[in-house]
Design a binder for this molecule. Structure first.
Ligand code: 2M8
Length: 725
């Protein structure tokens, strides 16, 4: 590897996302979409603030201020705050809601994400002092909003709060509401006259809720206004009262974060902690269905659980309310075909609804498409339970969706095509958060004006020296080393995502025994490696292992880029010579080709190590060499007898992963930086395409590439240098 740090790739998409948010920004709040949703929405604003927190604290704070400026006296934070200058394009607006006091708000609420957003703003603030003041100002308002929920939406103190309208769930036409809505008898003639406006913005009817749904939405609003928004009366009369899993999970998580906020500003948080304990227990005990092995909402009208199959049932992970056992069962379900197990290839993770069910519809709003906000919460939940690989994989997939299909409201879970509104607010803001969070250790890479700060270490550190162990020649050292590496691989490498548990490895007996055998490389005769296959397997494995050992020994915990000369600083003594990873890669495996962006080869003049170069070079090594980072190839153990097949598989896997993305819609191909750095090996665009062709899964994308080789635009992906741990 080498020390050139590219900042290309997602940079332009982060810019695009920011441009969308600029376009939707009104000076006080951000419209969820330029036309379909012209007002301020409750939980959308929390999602916007989460994205803004990374680059505009000021906007993040204004967004929350604007919403809470319209909090009701009883503490309720309304679902919509209407913009008087934008009236006339949405239904229902204030004339229909007729809420008390002539407020410009709707008369229902939404999932209470704001404590989560406020803590996030504080955690990312550059100006901690003003963020601290912001928390102080927000704390009583947040407390009032939670108090409203516990007082008015949990009258019999179950620990779970109810929603009284599907719009309060955020997932308007979720199949979870089919049953309770069907039970509401609506006489068309008894309904107030109304006209839907959501279909006037070019979104096809099959991607939106049905007219029957709307009749019921309107019926409920009518009931609320007839009862003057009196919560006690509504509780008595409302035919739709549901304790929703998503709503309660968000409330539970918000309690957790609110307690944190309270502690930061020295408040007594016992009330919040009590809510937190009650709600997490109630989620765990009352919402869990042992037969279905999932969390289900509870219909308060029938008193029964509503067996459902939406992604909402995974949300107790976000709440950190599920027990370990429940989390394990949810994780298994997530990894099934019902929710498009990762890289299944014919769908996108994760659809909002079980793909195996009849009601599943990949295009229709909350009945099956992929939604970034839901997956964002879920990936956080998975991380909290230690399912880091799945969480990271979901994040990576979420980042790919807007890149490939645009910043839409939701995405077809089969084709990925974007639906609903384009230039959508939370897709843009959460994309920004995901890119920043996923590449957290790599902030400098996003700061394209900045240069990384990294240490340069002096001298070369020989890694195969153990005091008291005398190197001795052993004819079978190569196979021994390989089996020792194999053992480490079995124990500490996770083959499915190419991750390594460095800390556990360092403590292990197997690592100590590996260190003892690697000492004997000093007495190893490289001439004993005769065939090309033996040489390839030996050097690739050795490269991969010295990199892993280097990370362990230098105690790196975020990125190999922490040490600017990592790939030349560590080395093994082998026979009479010293080999650093760069010597192995560029000298031996690349037949002494120039490392990218360097003026000279690693073996200069008559360097005797040239005798071991493998010629001609095999391009496939690039997909087998591990650089201790998430963007490079997963670690495998290579065997001389099978090396060609193994290299073939490694290449095919890499080329069909998210490191090579063909976007026919944009006439673009996104390529791993590897193809940019190693132009010398792969050649230029047409040569690269020719190389890719036989490896690409033969689908319409491969066909597209074959037909558009001359015109397709090439863009190189952001290289993820974070450690693969
Ligand atoms: C959608 O809901 C509104 C009503 O609140 C609508 O369809 O008119 C939902 O996706 C909701 O979750 C979201 O907050 C809102 C604005 O993006 O649109």
């Amino acid at each position: 590897m080498f020390e050139f740090f590219s900042t290309k790739g997602f940079k332009s998409y982060v810019k695009e996302a920011r441009k969308i948010l600029d376009g939707n920004w009104t000076g006080r709040y951000t419209k969820p979409s330029p036309t379909l949703y012209p007002h301020q929405w409750n939980w959308d604003s929390a999602f916007m603030a989460i994205g803004y927190a990374h680059y505009s604290e000021d906007r993040a704070i204004k967004e929350i201020h604007s919403l809470f400026g319209h909090q009701w006296e009883n503490g309720m934070v309304p679902q919509i705050v209407f913009n008087p200058e934008a009236l006339g394009n949405y239904f229902p607006e204030p004339d229909f809601w007729q809420v008390p006091g002539g407020r410009l708000t709707s008369g229902i609420t939404m999932p209470p994400l704001h404590a989560i957003a406020c803590l996030h703003i504080y955690q990312h603030a550059k100006n901690r002092r003003s963020a601290h003041d912001f928390l102080k100002e927000m704390y009583p308002k947040l407390m009032a909003s939670h108090r409203y929920l516990y007082r008015h939406r949990d009258p019999v103190k179950t620990g779970l709060v109810y929603i009284r309208h599907p719009w309060e769930s955020g997932l308007d036409n979720s199949p979870s509401w089919d049953c309770p809505l069907k039970n509401i008898q609506v006489e068309k003639t008894g309904l107030p006259a109304y006209k839907r406006k959501d279909l006037a913005h070019g979104v096809p009817v099959e991607q939106r809720p049905s007219n029957e749904d709307y009749d019921r939405y309107v019926y409920l609003v009518d009931l609320f206004r007839e009862n003057h928004y009196d919560e006690t009366e509504i509780y008595r009369q409302c035919p739709f009262l549901v304790q929703d899993v998503l709503f309660n999970s968000i409330l539970c998580r918000a309690n957790r974060d609110l307690a944190e906020v309270g502690k930061i500003i020295d408040q007594d948080v016992s009330e919040v902690e009590e809510w937190l304990a009650q709600t997490s227990r109630a989620i765990r005990e009352r919402m869990w269905s042992p037969e279905r092995k999932q969390f289900d909402p509870i219909d308060l009208i029938t008193g029964e659980q509503l067996p459902t199959a939406t992604a909402a049932s995974f949300m107790p992970l976000f709440a950190v309310a599920a027990s370990q056992k429940q989390a394990q069962l949810l994780y298994e379900r997530l990894n099934s075909v019902s929710f498009c197990a990762l890289h299944q290839g014919n769908c996108f993770t994760i659809p909002n609804y079980d793909m195996a069910r009849n009601e599943f519809d990949p295009k229709n709003y909350w009945r099956g498409p992929v939604w970034i906000n839901i997956n964002w919460m879920l990936s956080q939940g998975l991380k909290s339970y230690g399912y880091r690989e799945k969480s990271d994989a979901m994040k990576k997939d979420m980042i790919q969706l807007p890149v490939r299909f645009g910043f839409h409201e939701y995405f077809d879970s089969i084709t990925g095509k974007g639906y609903g509104s384009d230039s959508f607010g939370w897709t843009s803001s959460l994309f920004i958060d995901l890119v920043y969070e996923y590449y957290d250790e790599d902030r400098q890479a996003l700061n394209w004006l900045g240069r990384r700060k990294s240490r340069k270490l002096k001298d070369v550190k020989i890694l195969n020296e153990v005091p008291g162990v005398i190197p001795s020649p052993a004819a079978d050292l190569a196979p021994k080393l390989m089996s020792s590496i194999g053992e480490l691989k079995d124990m500490f490498y996770s083959m499915d995502r190419g991750l390594v548990d460095y800390a556990a490895m360092k403590r292990s007996e197997e690592y100590r025994s590996y260190l003892e055998s690697v000492v004997h490389l000093k007495a190893f005769d490289l001439k004993g490696l005769v065939t090309r296959e033996e040489k390839l397997a030996f050097w690739i494995n050795l490269y991969n292992t010295i990199v892993v050992q280097g990370i362990v020994e230098l105690g790196l915990n975020s990125s190999v880029r922490g040490i600017s000369n990592f790939f030349t600083h560590i080395a093994y003594d082998i026979g009479d010579y010293t080999f650093a990873p760069d010597d192995i890669e560029h000298g031996i495996l690349r037949s002494n080709a120039h490392p990218p962006y360097r003026m000279s080869p690693v073996f200069k003049g008559r360097d005797p190590r040239r005798a071991y170069m493998i010629e001609p070079m095999d391009n496939r090594i690039h997909f087998a060499l591990v650089c201790g980072s998430r963007s490079c190839a997963p670690i495998r153990f290579y065997e001389a007898g099978a090396i060609d097949d193994q290299l073939e598989t490694a290449t095919r896997n890499f080329i069909n992963s998210s490191e090579v993305v063909i976007l026919p819609e944009k006439n673009k191909i996104l390529l791993s930086e590897i193809f940019n750095w190693y132009k010398k090996d792969f050649g230029h665009r047409r040569d690269i395409f020719r190389f890719l062709r036989p490896y690409l899964d033969q689908d319409e994308k491969a066909e597209y590439l074959a037909e558009h080789m001359d015109t397709i635009e090439v863009e190189h992906l952001f290289y993820d240098w974070n450690l693969n741990h």
